[in-house]
Write a protein that binds this ligand. Structure first.
Ligand SMILES: Cc1cc2nc3c(=O)[nH]c(=O)nc-3n(C[C@H](O)[C@H](O)[C@H](O)COP(=O)(O)OP(=O)(O)OC[C@H]3O[C@@H](n4cnc5c(N)ncnc54)[C@H](O)[C@@H]3O)c2cc1C
Length: 326
């Protein structure tokens, strides 16, 4: 163990595991050992851990639900911070009471480690509209903000209903930022570049009817069940959809922007490398069918990309983030 690691462990004052295998913390169930692994149950601990890691120049990686990452078989040299903060609080309300029924916005704050599904269920049960279509989205609030995770029916991004967030900046400052700060776009938010850590997020939700919200949420779940593989080891869509401009330029069938459709039409659905396979249900989902290695995954993803490039002349961009040593 390096001196830096020893000093970090001494100073941070929380239990630290050494050489923890990361595969169980990911939905692919792939990934080797990390030098240091720490779980944070409280936001104040997250701040201390990140600041101490920075002080000792220890590379670190923030792990939410592990549902959008591919970790290398050789693992990660440095520290993984598993975020298991879990508080949800109503922060305030705005609006009037119309005909005896409260109207307007309700501001709900979730710590960044809250499982996104727990937040969705909470908001529906409270009769609050804005997140219900995301029922079934794996992972944490922090991961969903990092990715600006999305749904298609009805089209919605998690960033749409963000009001404000508390972040820990690269310079170690804890500050509140508004929605504009994130520059949300498809599959992206500014923190992918800045390296800010999300501590908590306030969502502005509208009062609505609980039954109507459950109906929308259950429709999302049904759609997931019919269009996505169930009960498998996957990280969802590997590639981003392409833009309409790219689709028109490349002359894709009916100007489709769907990466899954393009992979399917390019013959990608039959691809298999070791225990990594393209899902027969959804061509943009790669599945670990047994003991796939990160190497199997990388090779398979490269083959999918090549097939689409050869068939349509389109360069697919990966949505799943690669972490560590392969
Ligand atoms: C079955 C399945 C279905 C899916 N369906 C969808 C879908 O419908 N729509 C969609 O968009 N995605 C979908 N995904 C992908 C994935 O669930 C989302 O991208 C999710 O929001 C990732 O959250 P996470 O907590 O698991 O992030 P992780 O995989 O843990 O991390 C992803 C990235 O976010 C960063 N990060 C995490 N927390 C923080 C934080 N607090 N501060 C700063 N950075 C942070 C990590 O460092 C990493 O770079 C699906 C995945 C699966 C397995």
């Amino acid at each position: 163990m390096t001196d830096q690691y020893k000093k970090f462990i001494e100073q941070v004052g929380l239990p630290v595991k050494e050489n923890e295998i990361l595969a169980p913390y990911t939905t692919y169930k792939i990934g080797g050992p990390v030098d240091l692994f720490i779980e944070c149950r409280e936001t104040k601990d997250l701040i201390v851990v990140v600041q101490t890691a920075r002080m000792y120049e220890i590379p670190f990686f923030m792990l939410g639900g592990g549902s959008n990452i591919l970790i290398g078989d050789k693992g990660f040299r440095g520290l993984v911070i598993k975020n298991v903060t879990k508080n949800i609080t109503v922060r305030g309300m705005k609006g009037a009471i119309t005909k005896g029924i409260p109207d307007g916005s309700v501001y709900v704050e979730a710590e960044s480690g809250v499982p996104f599904n727990a937040l969705v269920r909470y908001s529906i049960e409270e009769g609050l509209q804005g997140l219900e279509m995301h029922l079934g989205l794996p992972g944490s609030v922090g991961g969903a903000i990092f990715m600006n995770s999305k749904w298609t029916r009805p089209p919605a991004f998690v960033g749409d209903v963000v009001y404000q967030a508390t972040i820990l900046t690269q310079s170690g400052e804890v500050k509140a930022v508004s929605k504009d700060y994130f520059k949300f776009s498809y599959g992206s938010s500014v923190i992918q570049k800045t390296g800010d850590i999300i501590l908590s997020v306030i969502f502005a939700l509208k009062r609505s009817n609980k039954d109507a919200l459950w109906k929308t949420a259950n429709e999302s779940m049904e759609y997931r069940k019919t269009t996505q593989p169930q009960g498998v080891k996957t990280a969802g869509c590997v590639f981003k959809n392409i833009s309409l401009v790219e689709a028109v330029f490349a002359g894709t069938p009916n100007h489709t922007t769907s990466a899954g459709y393009l992979i399917d039409k390019a013959g990608g659905k039959s691809l298999v490398v070791g225990d990594a396979a393209v899902s027969p249900v959804h061509a943009n989902f790669v599945v670990n069918t047994g003991k796939a290695t990160s190497h199997d995954m990388v090779q398979l993803i490269d083959q999918m990309r090549t097939k689409v490039k050869e068939t349509f002349g389109v360069d697919l961009v990966e949505e799943v983030k690669r972490i560590g040593e392969f």
